[in-house]
Design a protein around this ligand. Sequence first.
Ligand SMILES: [Zn+2]
Ligand SMILES: [Zn+2]
Ligand SMILES: [Zn+2]
Ligand SMILES: [Zn+2]
Ligand SMILES: [Zn+2]
Length: 584
Amino acid sequence: MEHKPEKRICQNCKKDFTIESEDFNFYEKIKVPPPTFCPECRLIRRLVWRNVRSLYKRNCGLCNKSLISMYPDKDEAPVYCSDCWYGDKWDQFINGKEYDFSKPFFEQLKELFKINPRFYSYKFGRLINSEFTNFSTDNKNAYLSYSVIGSEDVLYSENINKSKNSVDCFSVNKIDGCYFNIECESNYNTDFAVISNNCIDSYFIYDCLNCQNCCLSSNLRNQKYIFKNEKISKENYEKAVAALRLDTYSGRKDAENYFSDLIANKTIHKYAFIYNAQNVSGDYIYNARNIKKSFILGESENIAYSFRVLDRVRDSYDLLGIGFDCELIYESMAATSNTYKDFFCYITIQGSRECEYSLILKNCSNCFGCVGLTNAKYCILNRQYSEKEYFGMVEKIKKHMMEMPYIDKKERVYKYGEFFPYDMSPFGYNETVANDFFLISKEIISANGYNWKDPKERNYNITKDSTKLPDAIKEVSEDILDEIISCPNHGNPIVQCTTAFKITPAELQFYKQKNLPLPRYCPNCRHYKRLSFMNSPIFYNRTCMCKNTTHNHQGKCTTEFETSYAPEREEIIYCEECYNKEIY
Ligand SMILES: [Zn+2]
Ligand SMILES: [Zn+2]
Ligand SMILES: [Zn+2]
Ligand SMILES: [Zn+2]
Ligand SMILES: [Zn+2]
């Protein structure tokens, strides 16, 4: 039966949202009721579970080994190290409980999650010298980097795939020898590059493809020796770049100011950064097809309302941090490696199949409301059932969830078909990726009934004021490695400022080799600066701003599109056709 699109009112923000015909088809196919929260509020509900940057020193609950954990030290649930987690010193069913039909399901799951042991962090595969990472798989020498996969010598970066020898990057794929690259792919030795691919030896470039030796320029294709968007001789180019003094903090500040003005006022922005893709809406999408309202996604198909998806994910809705051969996933966070038909889950990895409302599972199938299981089957609230009992019970529980839903303090109702309630997350809103893309004040966080985390007490013995650091890298000696440097943001909790920072030997070597001055802000403040070059996953209907009389349109172009550039923003935004006429 063909469904007509329907308008609903979101339980959280009270605004209306539309459930499209194809959305109804998807919900019917996987037998879940349609959502009662809008796509944005659903995304935030998943994002409050994605704490990648806030790490805590804790001890393993079994062997007492010291760990860097993503779970707060004050949490009741113990965290276990890798050896203990997969070892035989504990019984993973120890907290198993019979389902209680006198209490809402989420209350029972919350209780289990609150006490059950957890795997200490999200770290899998071969990790060499990469202790200070999270959401980290198969890395070598990664440091204070998060959501990093198959990379080497990567420092202070986030959302990094298959990259090498790079510092201070965000959302990059296959880059090498790069500094401050944002949403880039296959760059080599680029410094300050934003939405630029296949570029070499370039500085301060925005929306450039296949360029070499370009500086302070935007909207370039297949160019060499371009300075401030003008073609000049190799000799003059080298002189102009040298005159910028990019080896000094003051020189870079001037370059950054020029660059900001260039992006805001002299660059044509395509309505979205989408390439090599068909039938796609959203932003930062490559090598994909049939994608709706998604953000930071590559190599996947038939996906809607998702954020950070990579490498062969198919036929799924409402994803967050999903990758590597996953299919039919709905409302889940961090499902990877051959996960199939998992709904409403948090961290289900390596062959997880048909699990619902479960957290931290490895290679489990048909588990409902379980926490921290490996190789388990037919379990509910960590209790073992026979195959036949299991399916009968799940049916009854789903019905019970409809009849006795969980209602949170803000009167939001959670029946079967909703992701975990906001108040179940063990993290503060302000320490998760929610804060990175939907930055709101402490007051609004509390008013919405999201968790708030007060900043950690930090009493560093600061030995160096960051404003007193040498301007040029050549004036920096090895002594800097002993200094504790103050961050000018003084611990501002909204950007997770750590108040102070140190320079590591690997980092100093990188700056010396690349002729880059020392940074003056802590790694978290630098992360938020990079985010200022990205849009947020909120989509607006807008019209092309092109007035070029040589194009096919008469007067102003009337093409409409969905864009993550908010209507009040001043950048020049074009539709695909007008953009292609001007840029290629
Ligand atoms: Zn909403
Ligand atoms: Zn242990
Ligand atoms: Zn800071
Ligand atoms: Zn147009
Ligand atoms: Zn036009």
